[in-house]
Design a protein around this ligand. Structure first.
Ligand code: COS
Length: 381
């Protein structure tokens, strides 16, 4: 068994860490304050090639797969969870198009979503279709006269929805069949009838704008059907399996940084005449934080390895996300506690990291949904 990264992966890790330190850390507090999407930084991510991870080079991507995504997202999450979320969620759309798209769809959309610097989004959730993703009500009824689907309805809580120019949207092409009548469509934000509604005010990852989308008779050409009619729910579930590894990486990155900050602070902070790192209570906190974070890392990389080697990974993606997310909350909480009053203040990044970490227990499937997925895999449905 070999846990080491390849030379290319080591290089990617270095480049991602430098990018995070130079470009993301300086804006992290600002994004948290202003709640504005970092347009320029996203373009810089595209210039370096991060936005094309997992997409073949012939379509403008930078190749690699789940492991490369984990490496980049983890490094980003150390310094700026908003930016890690933006990258991780953006990658869902181009990767889905790369996997299910026709040659024409790939040629048309992938260069834009990779080196072109345009943002992608994945729009599944609706007010009545959150954990119960099969209850989507948005419809896309085929019009044989014009060879278009007519999209009506709306989505909520769509990460990047207000900024994305190319979106993979899930809608019922045959409402009588329920989730088996769901299909995936590639929609552009310039199509008439597409509009952005409410932009949410969130507790964390404020720089990753989260929006409501409204579709009023949006005419989507038939050629923009992704995969086959009725295949939408499976495409969504498979895309989410991969996306959950991305969330695992976000949770892993913020936890790793929290451990490092806690260790550093505990060596610097003197109370009762000695650094608090000399106190066994602090040492035991750090031992727990480091151990659980290393365990989270192992599960995240194992899930990525399974995906990259073409093996089933639904259960492991759910496990890695569930575990890493719980750990991120645990570790950011203890790191904040070790910082005492300073941890609670906005001069230090801990309170932001603590708030940012919470989302990893909720989006791309709640922890409770992951327990459903895991228990079904372990115990049978
Ligand atoms: N990969 C491929 N196919 C999958 C799949 C997966 N990971 N999960 C389910 N499917 C398939 C099933 O095999 C089934 O197909 P068949 O009828 O051909 O056997 C079909 O999809 C329906 O599956 P299931 O009966 O398990 O659907 P449920 O309605 O019970 O929902 C859960 C399953 C709960 C796992 C799903 O709704 C889910 O993941 N919910 C959370 C949604 C989420 O993450 N939302 C966040 C939105 S993006 S921020």
């Amino acid at each position: 068994m070999d846990f080491s990264l390849t030379r290319e992966q080591e290089l990617l890790k270095k480049v991602a860490a430098q990018f995070a330190e130079n470009e993301l850390e300086p804006i992290a507090a600002e994004l948290d304050k202003t709640h504005v999407f970092p347009v320029d930084n996203f373009k810089k991510m595209a210039e370096v090639g991060f936005t094309g991870i997992g997409v073949p080079r012939e379509y403008g991507g930078t190749g690699g797969g789940a492991t490369e995504k984990v490496i980049a997202v983890t490094e980003f999450a150390r310094k700026c969870m908003s930016s890690a979320a933006i990258l991780s969620i953006h990658l869902i759309a181009p990767q889905a198009i790369a996997k299910y798209g026709t040659k024409e769809q790939k040629e048309k959309y992938l260069p834009r979503l990779t080196k072109g610097g345009e943002l992608g989004a994945f729009a599944l959730t609706e007010p009545n279709a959150g954990s119960d993703a099969g209850s989507v009500q948005t419809t896309a009824i085929f019009d044989p006269e014009t060879n278009e689907y007519v999209l009506n309805g709306g989505k909520c809580f769509i990460s990047g929805g207000s900024r994305a120019s190319v979106l993979v949207i899930f809608a019922l092409t045959d409402p009588s069949k329920g989730l088996k009548g769901m299909s995936a469509l590639i929609v552009e934000n310039t199509m008439p009838g597409f509009s952005v509604g409410k932009i949410e005010e969130k507790m964390g990852i404020a720089g990753s704008e989260t929006a409501e989308l409204i579709f009023e008779d949006v005419r989507v050409p038939a050629e923009n059907l992704l995969g086959k009619e009725g295949q939408g729910f499976k495409i969504a579930m498979q895309a989410l399996d991969g996306a959950r590894i991305g969330v695992g990486a976000q949770a892993l990155g913020v936890a790793k940084e929290a451990v490092d900050l806690a260790v550093k602070y505990s060596h610097e902070r003197v109370q009762f005449g000695k650094p608090i790192s000399a106190l066994q209570g602090i040492q035991w906190y750090v031992a727990d934080m480091a151990t659980k974070t290393e365990a989270a890392e192992t599960l995240v990389y194992k899930a990525a390895w399974l995906e990259d080697t073409g093996k089933p990974f639904t259960k492991e993606a759910a496990m890695c996300k569930l575990n890493a997310a719980e750990n991120a909350r645990f570790v950011t909480n203890l790191a904040l506690q070790i910082h005492g009053g300073y941890g609670f203040m906005k001069d230090y990044p801990l309170e932001r990291m603590y708030r940012d970490a919470k989302i990893t227990e909720i989006y791309e499937g709640t922890s409770e949904i992951h327990k459903v997925v895991i228990s079904r895999a372990v115990m049978g449905k």
